[in-house]
Design a protein around this ligand. Structure first.
Ligand code: AMP
Ligand code: MG
Length: 306
C-alpha cells in the first residue's frame, strides 16, 4: 500500500512539471517567451526558435539581406508558394481595412526615425514623398503570422498545449489540461498592473496595438509608431490601445493596427461588418469598450453589441 501511494505521488509530480518547457528568445526586435506542455517540448521549442529566425531573415525590413529588403530594392525575388501567399493575404487584409492597415509604410516609418531611432517630425514634403514610395514593412503583421506559423509546427510535433508570447502578441495553442480558459492580461497603457483579463479557449491569437509600445516626445507632444496612412502622422483616433482576438494570428495583428487607426466608431462599424474577430478598445479617457463576444473580467467596460 505504501509503495502504491509513493508511485501515485510521483505520477502527480511528473504530470505537473515534467513535460513543461519554457524558453525566452529574442527575435523581430523583441523578447519572446514560449511555454510548452507535452512530451518532447524541448525539441518543439528549438524548432520554434529556428522558424522564428527563418521568418525574420526572410521578412525583416531592417536586414539588408532579407527577401523583403530585396523586394523593396526592386529586385525580382522568387518567393516560395507559402511566402507569396503570405504577401497576397497581407494585401487582401489591407484592402479589407480600406487601407487603414497598410503594409507598405516602410519609408514613412523611416522618415519618423522609428527604424534608426533618430526620431524627428518630418516635413509635409517628406511625408508626401515617403507615402509615394510604397515600400513593404510587415512590422504590423509578422509577429501575428509567426504565432500562426508556430501553431502549425506544434500540431505537427504533437505538442499538447502552449502559450506563446511573441513580444506582447499572444498565441495560445490547444486546451488547458483542466479545461479552464487561457487568461491574458490587457496592459494598462499608462504602465503598472493589467487593466482586465481576457479568457480564451483553445488555439487563439490575442494581439494588442498601443500608442505606448513605441514613441518619442518633442515639446511635450507624443509621437507614436502606428501611422495613419491618410495623414502620414501617428494615428490620432482617440484610442490608447486595441486588442483583437481571432483564431488567425495574421488577421489579429493586421486588424489590431487597423482598428487603432480607425478609432472606436469606425472600428465598431468594421467589426459589425465582420464575423471573424472580437476586439477591446481603450480610449484616451481610459474607458474600455469590448465587442459582445469577448470574455472580459476584472474591469468595468461597455459592451459593443452587433
Ligand atoms: P503594430 O504594433 O502591430 O500595430 O504594428 C506597428 C508597426 O507597423 C509599426 O512599428 C510600423 O512598422 C508599422 N506600421 C505603422 N503604421 C502602420 C499602418 N497603418 N499599417 C501597417 N503597418 C503600420
Ligand atoms: Mg499589428
Amino acid at each position: 500500500m505504501k509503495r502504491l501511494i509513493c508511485l501515485f505521488l510521483i505520477c502527480i509530480l511528473l504530470s505537473g512539471c515534467g513535460a513543461n518547457t519554457q524558453k525566452t528568445l529574442y527575435h523581430m526586435n523583441t523578447v519572446m517567451h514560449l511555454q510548452l506542455w507535452g512530451k518532447d517540448c524541448e525539441t518543439a521549442a528549438a524548432r520554434c526558435d529556428v522558424i522564428l529566425r527563418d521568418l525574420e531573415s526572410l521578412w525583416s525590413v531592417t536586414d539588408a539581406n532579407s527577401s523583403l529588403s530585396a523586394i523593396n530594392r526592386g529586385q525580382d525575388v522568387k518567393l516560395d508558394g507559402p511566402y507569396q501567399a503570405l504577401l497576397n493575404q497581407v494585401e487582401a487584409l489591407s484592402q479589407r481595412t480600406g487601407g487603414a492597415f497598410n503594409p507598405k509604410l516602410y519609408a514613412l516609418s523611416n522618415a519618423w526615425g522609428f527604424y534608426n531611432e533618430e526620431f524627428r517630425v518630418p516635413t509635409a514634403e517628406e511625408i508626401t514623398e515617403a507615402l509615394s514610395q510604397e515600400q513593404w514593412d510587415l512590422g504590423a503583421a509578422l509577429k501575428g503570422y509567426a504565432g500562426y506559423r508556430l501553431t502549425l509546427e506544434l500540431d505537427k510535433l504533437k505538442v499538447d498545449r502552449a502559450m506563446l508570447n511573441l513580444g506582447g502578441n499572444i498565441q495560445t495553442y490547444g486546451e488547458k489540461a483542466d479545461g479552464s480558459p487561457w487568461k491574458i492580461g490587457i496592459q494598462n497603457p499608462d504602465g503598472g498592473d493589467y487593466l482586465g483579463i481576457i479568457s480564451v479557449t483553445g488555439t487563439m491569437a490575442v494581439v494588442t496595438s498601443g500608442d505606448y509600445q513605441r514613441y518619442f516626445e518633442v515639446d511635450g507632444v507624443r509621437y507614436h509608431h502606428i501611422l495613419d496612412p491618410e495623414t502620414g502622422f501617428p494615428a490620432d483616433s482617440g484610442l490608447r490601445s486595441v486588442t483583437v482576438i481571432c483564431d488567425d494570428g495574421l488577421t489579429a495583428d493586421a486588424f489590431s493596427t487597423a482598428l487603432f487607426v480607425m478609432g472606436l466608431e469606425d472600428g465598431t462599424r468594421f467589426w459589425r461588418a465582420s464575423d471573424d474577430f472580437e476586439a477591446v478598445f481603450i480610449t484616451n479617457d481610459g474607458k474600455i469598450h469590448a465587442t459582445e463576444g469577448v470574455n472580459l473580467s476584472g474591469c468595468d467596460y461597455e459592451v459593443i453589441f452587433r
